[in-house]
Design a protein around this ligand. Structure first.
Ligand SMILES: Nc1ncnc2c1ncn2[C@@H]1O[C@H](COP(=O)(O)OP(=O)(O)OP(=O)(O)O)[C@@H](O)[C@H]1O
Ligand SMILES: [Zn+2]
Length: 772
């Protein structure tokens, strides 16, 4: 029954001028509709042929789901086309149709086809990924369950929680979260965060700690209508010039891709907003992608203040709301869709504009199947829709920068901040020198402390950045040197002081901190290194008169908590904002006059060819959070590698200098944007099996490369940098080639060997970001 995947007409890169020719134009091929081409949600690149019983022939269209016999099971499949010439004459028949209308349209069908080819996953998997599961599910929840702490709760403090923790740690966690968030929380969300299931919550209710309440869903306000709208700003000269270029391109038959390279605070958002206005004037619609929806409340407020009919696609939307919002978008009730990467699949019609804000962000890459990059999908979708793509950033990804250099994207530069404000001076503090000078380790350098005192004394605000949560990342025995690692992962455990727990940041395993060394039994356990929790302690001791708020994934677990924290900071309720990368982007607070980067080295030392690029981006982005008002600003960057070029170029605000140097390195090593990569990871509970399978695939690839003229470089197989996660041992192979075609050919060439096999999971990642 299986037919091989047709791929002969596919181009591999989403180009602006060369859309992939995808050979699925079902209606014209088969007017008779006797057989359907069906794909299922499995990791196989196969199309299956099924007979269509006459009574459903009329109603079945491409994009609908059908029920089919599959092996000895009954499964749902997606109809992707029709044929008169089935692969075999022993086809089985479709049992019934599931949907009354297609879940995806023709463009999305082509995009999912491309996804499955380019990212080497099943077509059915790709379709499942673009249609949210709530939309696919038949179940219509009209009620949602909410949980809140019971008023007058009997002495519920940390002590009481500690007691509960010994017997029911998950229930204790639920109470902790509710204590931090006095408002009600949806039961679904609470369960997701604390892992305590409904029966556990019921027990807490019986004990009188919490109340659980069912409420009807409010699905009437999924599209925002502000009513009174704000006026657009008068553009500055730089903005006007940029906007003129955009307007000129906008009406072209194929508007193409623009890279808006504007320094931090140069007013990129205003340009996006006025381009959206232009789009609406042409009766077309816009998708606005942001790196992470919960981290961008300011941007969302700005959009909602200017436009009506705005849909915000939020991953933590309650099921029913998400579903009705999806339907509203599909029915044409929204003009603008804002959301994170998966919003690129929103069922919006007549798209004229796709904006990718902070295009350099890693979050545009999805790390589960299909491992797509929303940036590439945006270009593909825009090509089909004849829409314009604007990618904006202060620190372009080298991939996009290179496309602009070679003329494939039009580059627009905004070199100045709004209101002639200067980019802040950046002081690099050599932490090695600091250790020598002060004869000991200090987390906060004298210079950072000095400037903090100055800003705070002037009633200004400070942002401190550290890309590591928890109290201490190493639990270490002073006597024998033992470092406590997770039992399931090859990763040191992190100590979290407030909850007095050690945590694995990979598999989320939890344990009590050891009292003595598990190895030599000495009572010499120390906590080395520092995370945001330790910095918070340190700052509270050093600056006792000031209010500090910490934003990391430990303190910001519940929906809306980012927004609340940022609003409180904006109102001046806190003088110091401390956080992980979640505070690095987009924030616009004029009263922030100092940014401190506690350690610029956290990413720099990772075994990842993008480590320098990411370090440069992070420093430039956090530095950009200051000096945005009239009071000026300053940045202090602490590092043990003070002369590293990604730090010195970021301190000099010299993107072009950095890019030039980094591109030279990349060219020498043939890393992206010059070469293309695919990574194959093998995971197994038995290390030998992972190693064996990687050796087999490695040999096949090498054979393939030889026969095909060695256009491929194969690195490995070798143990992955993190050798074990969640009890699975990991080996990997890196494929490097000049172009995607060579990578695709190689993967297709060894497709049989890549099929799922017993005991080893094989994961293919084309254009990978995760190198660990
Ligand atoms: N034409 C204008 N007139 C007056 N103020 C403006 C204008 N354009 C933008 N601004 C203001 O300048 C500030 C910076 O603009 P914006 O946040 O859009 O910059 P950005 O380029 O997106 O910065 P970042 O990359 O740092 O997020 C904002 O407070 C914005 O309201
Ligand atoms: Zn672990």
């Amino acid at each position: 029954m299986p037919a091989h995947f047709p791929n002969q007409h596919l181009t591999s890169t989403p180009g602006v001028d060369v859309p992939p020719e995808l050979n699925t134009t079902p209606a014209s091929r088969s007017p008779q509709k006797r057989y359907a081409e069906i794909v299922v949600d499995i990791p196989l690149q196969r199309v299956f042929h099924y007979g269509i019983p006459p009574h459903i022939r009329e109603s079945l269209t491409v994009g609908m789901r059908v029920r089919i016999p599959f092996g000895n099971k009954i499964m749902a499949g997606f109809c992707v086309g029709f044929t008169d010439t089935p692969f075999t004459d022993k086809t089985k028949d479709i049992l019934s149709i599931i949907d009354t209308s297609p879940l995806i349209d023709d463009v999305m069908l082509k995009i999912t086809r491309w996804l499955s080819f380019h990212y080497y996953c099943g077509w059915g998997e790709a379709i499942s990924a673009v249609v949210p599961s709530v939309v696919r599910s038949k179940k219509k929840e009209r009620w949602n369950t909410f949980v809140r702490l019971k008023e007058h709760t009997v002495a519920l403090n940390q002590e009481a929680i500690a007691q509960i923790k010994t017997r029911a740690p998950r229930q204790a966690k639920a109470l902790e979260i509710l204590l931090e968030h006095p408002d009600e929380i949806s039961a679904k969300e609470l369960i997701r965060i604390c892992g305590c299931k409904m029966p556990g919550l019921r027990q807490l209710e019986e004990k009188g700690f919490i109340t659980i309440e069912n409420k009807p869903c409010d699905v009437t306000h999924t599209i925002s209508n502000a009513g009174q709208l704000q006026q657009h700003l008068t553009l500055t000269m730089d903005q006007q010039q940029a906007f003129d270029i955009i307007c000129n391109k906008f009406t072209a038959p194929k508007p193409g891709v623009l890279l808006l390279h504007g320094i931090t605070g140069s007013g990129k958002t205003e340009i996006y907003l006025q381009t959206i206005k232009k789009t609406l004037e042409h009766n077309r619609k816009a998708i606005y992608l942001v790196p992470e929806i919960s981290l961008t409340p300011q941007t969302i407020q700005r959009i909602k203040a200017r436009f009506n009919r705005v849909a915000v696609l939020h991953s933590s939307l309650l099921g029913t709301v998400h579903q009705s919002q999806w339907n509203d978008i599909k029915e044409g009730k929204a003009d603008i869709v804002i959301g994170a990467r998966s919003s690129i699949f929103a069922p919006l019609k007549d798209i004229g504009l796709i904006i990718i804000d902070e295009e350099h962000e890693n979050t545009y890459k999805q790390e589960t199947n299909p491992r797509y990059n929303a940036r590439d999908i945006a270009i593909l979708r825009a090509t089909y829709e004849n829409a314009m793509v604007i990618m904006g950033t202060a620190t372009p990804s080298l991939e996009s920068y290179d496309q602009a250099l070679s003329g494939n994207y039009e580059k627009i530069v905004l070199p100045r901040r709004i209101g002639e404000r200067q980019l802040p001076p950046v002081d690099i503090v050599d932490m090695g020198e600091e250790v020598r000078k002060r004869r000991g380790y200090h987390i906060i350098s004298q210079r950072l402390e000095y400037y903090m005192n100055q800003s705070l004394a002037r009633k200004e605000q400070v942002i401190l950045f550290l890309n590591r949560r928890g109290f201490a990342p190493y639990i270490h025995c002073k006597r024998c040197g033992f470092v406590l690692k997770c039992q399931r992962c090859d990763i040191p455990m992190t100590f979290h002081k407030k909850i007095n727990t050690i945590l694995c940041h990979y598999c989320h395993a939890e344990a009590h901190p050891p009292e003595s060394c598990p190895d030599c039994l000495a009572n010499n356990i120390t906590y080395r290194g520092f995370g945001t929790e330790r910095i918070e302690d340190e700052i509270r001791n050093k600056f006792p008169g000031y209010q500090i708020i910490r934003m990391d994934s430990d303190t910001m677990r519940v929906r809306d908590s980012h927004e609340k924290a940022l609003t409180a900071f904006e109102r001046g309720e806190f003088q110091i904002l401390l956080g992980t990368q979640m505070i690095a982007k987009g924030l616009d607070f004029p009263n922030v006059t100092l940014v401190g980067v506690i350690s610029a080295d956290t990413i720099l030392n990772l075994p990842d060819f993008r480590a320098s690029e990411r370090t440069f981006q992070l420093i430039s982005q956090v530095a950009g959070r200051t000096g945005r008002g009239t009071k000026g600003g300053r940045v202090v960057v602490q590092s043990y590698n003070p002369r590293h070029y990604s730090i010195t170029y970021a301190a000099a605000h010299d993107y072009d200098g950095f890019a030039k140097k980094e591109l030279e390195y990349r060219k020498q090593l043939q890393y992206p944007p010059f070469g293309k990569l695919a990574r194959i990871v093998f995971r197994s509970p038995h290390e030998e099996k992972a190693k064996e399978k990687s050796a087999i695939i490695g040999d096949k690839l090498k054979d393939f490369a030889k026969i095909n003229g060695n256009r491929l470089e194969i690195l490995g197989p070798s143990p992955a940098p993190v050798t074990k996660i969640n009890n699975l041992f990991r080996w990997h192979i890196l494929l490097k080639a000049q172009d995607h075609i060579s990578i695709h050919n190689a993967l297709q060439g060894i497709a049989n060997a890549l099929k799922p096999s017993k005991g080893v999971q094989t994961m293919v990642d084309v254009d990978p970001y995760m190198m660990l």
